[in-house]
Each structure stands twice: as structure tokens, then as C-alpha cells.
Design a protein around this ligand. Structure first.
Ligand SMILES: Nc1ncnc2c1ncn2[C@@H]1O[C@H](COP(=O)(O)OP(=O)(O)OP(=O)(O)O)[C@@H](O)[C@H]1O
Ligand SMILES: [Mg+2]
Length: 391
């Protein structure tokens, strides 16, 4: 079928044509936004799940919905080698520059001035000025060098500026498990203060399934602070809609057994559904119908594409020693292994494998679901590892 019209979107953060099964999360976000606009408080959100389940796509929806209501939205991705300070400062610049005008109210001017001092805290060249003379304006002081203090100041003053415009400030942090403990603790402390004093501020963090535990280690009260939302694989009915709804929009119908086959092979995993959907579509010879035989070909091609790209890229990122560790894990399949069992399999002490384990976590290949446990971050990785030749 015409690949230009292909409605499937395997990839990282690529918005699906049909966003399936996330209504509850979207509703909770919308309610939070509306509560804040009416001067109430809302619980900050934590979205967590395996790689490829749809966390980034959901954060994009949150961002779009907040922007549609004229909120100031700072969207950032941790783990890119930049500090939270820098990421946040840069993400705030665009939305604040859009609001800056000489006729701005006193709280907006104040927020702008504080953002300038925040910028100066990590960049001595201080190249912004928003085109305004802010010398007579109050605010500032977000450049003490203390992360807690500076973040709190800039978030409070910018949220206050947003409230003056009858909106709020939304901060969306992807890959939040890669923030430092100090950065996570600061974000917790600020959300805590914001909840007590009703700041016009809402935050959503997204990350791997280890994120709730990492937050609890950063601040013990985080367990009560956040609304924790696991992002799950799809059930069969949802997975079927991921395939059939975008096709129907293009006038194409899936035969029941074709859709059932792809749903079963993808195991409800959003990324695989998009991959298999894309390959099935491209290979189907018909114009308006996808048959079982097309699905068989599509899934086979999709698996080959995953092996050559998705899994291969992860495997190649590991050193030989790390690959040996992954092989020892793969024996347990996708559900995870005890660190002690892996050490026993490799004939080593668990402590001596600590650096290998830490490097694999740093590379995003594995995560620690709980203390003493280790698991792959993508489904199907164990199976792929088992299939790799051992030299
Ligand atoms: N609700 C959804 N309905 C249909 N497809 C979806 C949905 N959410 C995500 N997808 C698809 O799944 C794939 C993965 O989505 P996304 O990149 O958001 O996952 P992620 O959880 O952020 O993964 P990672 O941890 O690797 O960043 C994309 O191809 C996306 O189009
Ligand atoms: Mg993502």
C-alpha cells in the first residue's frame, strides 16, 4: 500500500495518528490545569514505564494542552549532559520572550527579571534581556548558586507571572530518572512548597519504572507528594484500535485475523504495534484491505527491522564485559534477575560487578526495579540477547 499514506509511527516520541488508551492520564492532567487556573492546588504527576510504552508522547500531549490554555510550558529532557539549571533556564526563555512587552504587568516583569538572574547563574555572558529595561523592576535573586533556592525563586516568580496572565507554569521533565539526586530533591521540595502556598505551577515527570524508587530515595515524602501513574502496555482491545483506527481514517480495513495476529505478536507493546503496523501496511498489495497473509509478512519484516535497529543499537552500545552481563541476565527472560544470581553465573562477586551494572544503567539498557534486582528496559531484549552469537 502507498507508504506515503502510511499512518503508523514507530519511533521515539513520534505522535501516533490515534492516541489510544490514555484518557485517564489526560483527564488527570486537564483537571490539574483547571484546578490551578481556579486558584486551587493539584498533585504533580509521575509517569513511569518501560521504554517505548508512550511516556514521551503523553508528555507532548500535556504540553500541547497547557499551551492551548496559554500556559508557560517548559519541556525538558534530562540525561543529555546538561544540568537541570541550564535545561530549565533555556526552556523558559522562548515562552517568556513571547510574553515580554513593555505594557506587561508588574508580576510578569518581575518573573522576567528573576529569569534573567537565573540565566546569569549558569551563563556569565548573560545574553538575554527580553528587549526590556528591567532595572527599576523588583525580583531577581535566582543566582545564589544554591540549586534549591535558585530553582524555587525562578519557578515561583514565573508561576506568579503566569497567574497574572490567568494561566500557570507547567514544567515537563522527560527521562527524569537521569536527574541527579540533588536535582530530584530540589524538584520535590519545590512541589511541596508550591502545594502549600498554591503557586500556579504544575509539574509532570516521566521516566523508567525505577523513577518512583529514585524519587523516594531523594525525598521520603515524595511517596505522598506525587500522583504516580504507571504507563502500561495495551490490552487486546486497545492494541486492536492502535492498528485499525488510523487505517480506517485512510479507508483501509484490517481483516479480523490479521489484526489479531499482529496484536498477539506485538504483546500489547505500543512501539512494536507501530512497527508491525507500518511494515504490514507497506507490504500489503491490496488498496483497501489488510489480510492475514499481509500481517504475516509485515510482522516478519518488522522483527527483522527491530533486530537490525532497535535491539542491535542497544546491544552494540554495550562493551564486551557488559554484553557478558546481559547474557547472564537473559537467562531469566524479560522479568528481571537478582544481581547475586548474575554474579554467581559469571563466577564473580556481586560487588565487583557494580561498575558494569552502573554503566549499563547509565546507557539506558537496564534498570533496577528494586534493590538487588536488574531488568531490561525494553521487552524482547532477553530473547534478542540469547540469539546473539557468543565469541
Ligand atoms: N497512546 C498511544 N497510542 C498509540 N501509539 C502510541 C501511544 N503512545 C505511544 N505510541 C507509540 O509508541 C512508540 C513509543 O512512544 P514514546 O516514544 O512516547 O515512548 P516512551 O515511553 O517515551 O519511550 P522511551 O522510554 O524509549 O523514551 C511511538 O512509536 C509512538 O507513536
Ligand atoms: Mg521517551
Amino acid at each position: 500500500m502507498d507508504s506515503v499514506r502510511n499512518p503508523y509511527s514507530p519511533g521515539a516520541g513520534r505522535p501516533p495518528t490515534a492516541l489510544v488508551g490514555r484518557d485517564d492520564h489526560l483527564r488527570e492532567w486537564d483537571v490539574g490545569v483547571e484546578r490551578i487556573e481556579t486558584g486551587r492546588t493539584a498533585q504533580p504527576l509521575v509517569l513511569y514505564g518501560l521504554r517505548g510504552v508512550g511516556k514521551t508522547v503523553l508528555l507532548s500531549q500535556f504540553a500541547r494542552r497547557a499551551r492551548d490554555r496559554s500556559w508557560i510550558v517548559a519541556r525538558i529532557e534530562a540525561g543529555t549532559g546538561k544540568s537541570l539549571r541550564e535545561l530549565l533556564g533555556e526552556a523558559l526563555h522562548g515562552p517568556l520572550a513571547d510574553l515580554a512587552r513593555p505594557s506587561a504587568g508588574v508580576r510578569l516583569l518581575r518573573g522576567l527579571k528573576t529569569a534573567l538572574t537565573f540565566k546569569a547563574s549558569y551563563d556569565a555572558s548573560g545574553s538575554w534581556n527580553f528587549g526590556l529595561d528591567l532595572s527599576e523592576v523588583g525580583g531577581g535573586g535566582a543566582d545564589t548558586g544554591l540549586l534549591d533556592t535558585d530553582l524555587s525563586k525562578v519557578i515561583h516568580d514565573v508561576a506568579d507571572a503566569a497567574a497574572e496572565e490567568r494561566a500557570g507554569l507547567a514544567i515537563l521533565i522527560d527521562e527524569a530518572q537521569d536527574l541527579s539526586v540533588e536535582e530530584l530533591a530540589a524538584m520535590c521540595a519545590i512541589s511541596h512548597a508550591a502545594g502549600q502556598d498554591s503557586w500556579a505551577y504544575l509539574v509532570a515527570l516521566a521516566g523508567l519504572p525505577s523513577l518512583p524508587r529514585i524519587l523516594a530515595e531523594a525525598k521520603s515524602y515524595s511517596e505522598r507528594l506525587f500522583s504516580f501513574q504507571p504507563i502500561h502496555h495495551f490490552d487486546d482491545a486497545q492494541a486492536t484500535r492502535v492498528l485499525t483506527v488510523p487505517a480506517a481514517d485512510e479507508g483501509v480495513e484490517w481483516d479480523d485475523e490479521a489484526a489479531e495476529y499482529v496484536v498477539r505478536e506485538a504483546g500489547g507493546y505500543p512501539y512494536f504495534l507501530q512497527q508491525f503496523g507500518q511494515d504490514t501496511w507497506n507490504d500489503a498489495p491490496g488498496q483497501d484491505r489488510i489480510a492475514f497473509v499481509d500481517a504475516r509478512v509485515g510482522v516478519a519484516r518488522g522483527r527483522a527491522a527491530l533486530d537490525a535497529g532497535f535491539f542491535r543499537a542497544r546491544w552494540d552500545r554495550a562493551t564486551r564485559a557488559e554484553q557478558r552481563y546481559l547474557r547472564a541476565m537473559a537467562i531469566d527472560g524479560d522479568q528481571g534477575s537478582g544481581s547475586g544470581d548474575i554474579a554467581a553465573r559469571l563466577g564473580r562477586k556481586a560487588t565487583s560487578l557494580g561498575p558494569t551494572r552502573a554503566n549499563l544503567i547509565g546507557k539506558g539498557l537496564v534498570y533496577a526495579p528494586e534493590h538487588g534486582m536488574i531488568a531490561f528496559t525494553v521487552p524482547g531484549m532477553a530473547d534478542f540477547v540469547v540469539r546473539q552469537p557468543d565469541f
